[in-house]
Write a protein that binds this ligand. Structure first.
Ligand code: CA
Ligand code: CA
Ligand code: CA
Length: 280
């Protein structure tokens, strides 16, 4: 009798657990998205948060929000239509400073329903140092190394990307001639049949007159291959200022975006143009 009761109550408990799991998974419909890196105490410009979409599909962040350790106060709402492409990074510049510099705080990403999709806490900051997860998307995070907004924290794509895509990216890199190999006198005649420079790069959005922080330019790679853009230049129309040179290791995933914060203001507020120039 006693044995039977134990069996029955065990079965009931199992049933309740299953029911509970079903209810929880029914509430949770949002895709996985990682806070992959963030800058709580920037040298200049806005605080920013880098998000990583590990899924093999694009994720729409319309109406998602970024908060500090409390979801009650200051936060950044992500604009409608903002999408993180599959296996890609996206950098969100926070609309107001909310991440504490000298005491513990956290960054939280909430979906449209207010569900906490990703949470990273920290104890302290160092000016100009980012809190980064290495490998990308892992929970092994801390303040280390140089900030890599919009680029992989580990200098290479995480293993969720298929080997073929990784091979493509490396192959593209080896195709770029070093500047010393280029002789200006015969560039016209030695142009290869298919140019080694990435195609399909678009200046998608830019901020010539920010209310605070640095000017920035958002680039979009419309091609189906990764675009390696180390050494490319962002310039204005007048040629008065030195152009901004994209640092070594800059690249954009296929269909991905890269927000470039300009280190000095080069875009005239009274009217100007933005140009993206190849290194040659
Ligand atoms: Ca705070
Ligand atoms: Ca701060
Ligand atoms: Ca990064």
């Amino acid at each position: 009798m006693n044995f039977r009761f134990t069996l029955w109550s065990s079965a009931l408990l199992l049933f309740m657990l299953l029911l509970d799991v079903t209810i929880i998974s029914g509430k949770r419909s949002t895709a996985t998205m990682h806070i992959n890196e963030f800058m709580p105490n920037p040298e200049s410009g806005n605080e920013w948060v880098e998000l990583y979409n590990p899924n093999p599909f694009d994720v729409d962040l319309s109406g998602w929000t970024l908060h500090d350790n409390t979801t009650e106060g200051n936060h950044t709402a992500i604009d409608a239509g903002v999408i993180v492409p599959a296996h890609s990074l996206l950098v969100i510049s926070l609309t107001s400073a909310m991440l504490n510099n000298s005491s513990a705080d956290a960054v939280q990403l909430l979906d449209l329903d207010g569900y906490v999709v990703s949470y990273r806490g920290y104890d302290r900051t160092t000016k100009g140092a980012s809190y980064a997860c290495i490998p990308d998307g892992s929970d092994d995070c801390g303040f280390e190394g140089l900030p890599t907004a919009g680029m992989w924290n580990q200098a290479q794509a995480p293993t969720t990307i298929s080997p073929e895509e990784t091979v493509t990216a490396i192959a593209t890199a080896t195709l770029i001639p070093s500047p010393t190999e280029t002789t200006p006198t015969n560039t016209a005649t030695v142009l290869p049949t298919s140019t080694p420079y990435p195609q399909g790069l678009i200046i998608n959005e830019f901020m010539p007159a920010p209310e605070q922080g640095s000017e920035w330019v958002e680039l979009y790679n419309s091609a189906s291959t990764s675009a390696i853009i180390s050494g490319w230049l962002i310039d204005d129309g007048s040629g008065g200022q030195s152009p901004y040179v994209l640092p070594e290791g800059s690249y954009i995933e296929p269909g991905g975006f890269l927000v470039v914060e300009l280190s000095s203001n080069i875009l005239n507020n009274s009217g100007d143009v933005v140009q993206l120039l190849r290194p040659d």
